[in-house]
Design a binder for this molecule. Structure first.
Ligand code: 5GP
Ligand code: MN
Length: 334
């Protein structure tokens, strides 16, 4: 059921022991929002604990209270009054859903979230779930400490590509300014978030080497198979290197995480990629979306590019002639 922010705040006020979680393959908004709400809830006398059923990219380990995040153990059960799911629909939280039977409250900004089986406060106009967290803190009369502000700012910054993407709105910048007044150091966050290991930069070299150009240049993609992927912890930011290409409307990164388990990330300049992701049982936003394809990398590439091409044609973004243009590869190693 769709509820308001006030109703969400009331449900939180009525609970005492609250478990917080966010999506697997967590990003800055997922970790920032859960850690911020954990501190907000503790500051108003609640018992709050974050569980994330995944590893977290090293760049986010600097966030205040990061070390308190737990991963659910096999068969673990936790006594709680409320499970608060942030920055995702309830189907992408791994095994956290199994550790408690508490009612679920969902707070999210994904346009594809329909809130099945729970109370959902959703605002697809918000640039990040962290925008909603800031408003929730005000609604709960919590004081925004420098640590809370740092977590919220991180979610705003990462979901907007440091206030550059089209989801950046006046409210986003207004909240960011208020957070800086609360003690955030923007340079500290951007330095940590943009830091890469040598391994990650080497991974990017492999990815660029596997660049393919579809439909005469309107779509570009990078495919990384399991043999390469198993050597790299993260592909964060790879897609940003190709979405900037002048001819590109849609850029994608296709990674084979396990045999027959492929992850898709998409970014766009005009096309609604949430529509493409939804067609493939995924979700996201107009300009950034993703899905999982349970098939080989070659099959995933075929299905994904056909789906992108057909939906772009239906949207008038691709002519039939462009759709039938041969795929080009750029093997820089040759
Ligand atoms: P990313 O490419 O950064 O992994 O994801 C881009 C956006 O799409 C994020 O907001 C993310 O939460 C959403 N997204 C990515 N994969 C999936 C998916 O499999 N299902 C849903 N519902 N959303 C996804
Ligand atoms: Mn988000």
């Amino acid at each position: 059921m769709i509820i308001t922010l006030k109703e969400a705040a009331k449900k939180i006020s009525e609970a005492q022991k609250i478990i917080l979680t966010a999506h697997i393959i967590p990003d800055g908004d997922a970790i920032g929002s859960t850690l911020a709400v954990m501190q907000i809830l503790r500051s108003i006398g609640k018992d709050a604990q974050v569980y994330i059923d995944d590893t977290v990219r090293h760049n986010l380990h600097c966030l205040p209270h990061f070390e308190e995040i737990r991963r659910p153990a096999e068969g673990e059960k936790v006594d709680a009054d409320l499970l608060l799911v942030l920055d995702t629909s309830v189907d992408r939280i791994g095994n956290v859903g199994k550790i408690t039977d508490a009612p679920i409250l969902n707070i999210d900004h994904h346009v594809t979230n329909t809130g099945e089986g729970c109370d959902l406060y959703v605002d697809p106009n918000a640039a990040a779930t962290c925008e909603l967290v800031y408003n929730l803190a005000l609604e709960l009369n919590a004081t925004i400490t420098p640590d809370i502000a740092t977590c919220i700012y991180t979610g705003l910054a990462t979901d907007t590509g440091f206030f550059q993407f089209s989801n950046t709105r006046a409210e986003t910048l207004d909240i960011a300014a208020k957070l800086v007044k609360c003690g955030v150091r923007p340079n500290f966050i951007s330095e940590k978030i943009e830091e890469k290991t040598l391994q990650e930069v080497i991974g990017l070299r492999y990815a660029l080497n596997a660049l393919k150009i579809f439909f005469g240049g309107k779509v570009v993609g990078m495919m990384l198979d399991y043999n390469i992927m198993k050597n790299f912890e993260s592909t964060e930011g790879f897609i940003d290197e190709i979405r900037v290409i002048d001819t590109v409307d849609v850029a994608f990164l296709l990674t084979e995480r396990k045999p027959n388990y492929c992850r898709v990330s998409m970014r766009s300049k005009g096309m609604d990629v949430a529509k493409i992701a939804a067609e493939l049982n995924g979700g996201g936003h107009i300009r950034a979306a993703g899905c999982t394809l349970l098939m080989s990398l070659a099959e995933a590439e075929k299905l994904l590019t056909e789906t992108i091409g057909k939906l772009m044609m239906a949207d008038g973004r691709l002519t039939e002639e462009e759709f039938s243009t041969a795929v080009r590869t750029t093997d820089f190693a040759q």
